[in-house]
Design a binder for this molecule. Structure first.
Ligand code: MN
Length: 249
């Protein structure tokens, strides 16, 4: 009887008690099912379309890609039927839209060769990399981290993830964004400087990728400001669309 009591105590000690309840697991909608994709990290490619590199004042040569991150809980559902919105974020007067193809990682890996990289992909979604451009530029000028230009609350609206099992691995398709019905961004997946497979290979040479990682693959030209009252519609042909309103305070 003493031994059994001791075992019960060991079992009880192994269940973790938290001083504060753990936060909810960030997750994303999956097209065609009520099941959700649990999110681990959001990793973003800095410049991956030549025309956008040029508009940011950079030479679009094929330098190695560079990466930054957003917190997983900056992601929220924004597929068009939801009517999702944000309040204009604090400390900026130049909130920018960037439409991007998002890649959801389903299988862990490190040092993944490009030829095997797509085997690690669960699916694809359209995403916005919302950017406080003024904070990003000020940080760049001072040699400070971009962090708060990119990684703020609700900075990653996401459409539903479509499994690669349904659509394959898109290599072409229009990437577009409209503000109040006017086309602002237009490009094509075929213009990616670094392909999805190459991005996965580069990232996984630096950090181990794991299920739940979401990679934003860069934005085409035409980034610009959003203002209170604006309505954004955006998408990636063959993958899906998203919609977002910017609330009037
Ligand atoms: Mn971006």
């Amino acid at each position: 009887r003493m031994l059994m009591t001791a075992r019960v105590c060991v079992a009880a000690a192994m269940s973790t008690d938290y001083v504060i309840p753990p936060p909810p697991t960030p997750s994303a909608a999956i097209h065609g099912t009520s099941e959700r994709f649990a999110l681990r990290r959001v990793l973003c490619v800095g410049r991956n379309y030549a025309a956008h590199a040029r508009e940011m004042g950079q030479d679009p040569e094929r330098d190695p890609p560079f990466f930054f991150a957003k917190p997983a809980d900056s992601v929220f559902d924004a597929h068009p039927s939801l009517g999702a919105s944000i309040v204009y974020p604090p400390l900026t007067e130049n909130l920018h839209h960037e439409i991007e193809l998002a890649v959801a990682i389903g299988i862990a890996g490190r040092d993944i060769p490009p030829g095997q990289a797509l085997d690690h992909v669960f699916g694809y979604a359209p995403a916005l990399d919302l950017t406080r451009r003024d904070l990003q530029k000020a940080a760049k000028a001072k040699g400070h981290p971009w962090e708060f230009g990119k990684a703020f609350d609700r900075s990653a609206p996401l459409g539903a993830i479509v499994p690669a099992a349904q659509i394959g691995h898109p290599t072409r398709g229009r990437v577009w964004l409209e503000v109040n019905g006017d086309v602002r961004q237009e490009g094509d997946l075929s213009e990616l400087i670094w392909s999805v497979a190459e991005v996965i290979a580069e990232l996984s040479a630096s950090i181990a990728l794991a299920p739940g990682d979401l990679i934003l693959t860069g934005t085409p030209a035409g980034v610009g400001p959003l203002n209170p009252g604006d309505t954004v519609r955006a998408g990636v042909e063959g993958v899906g669309a998203l919609a977002l309103g910017v609330a009037r305070d």
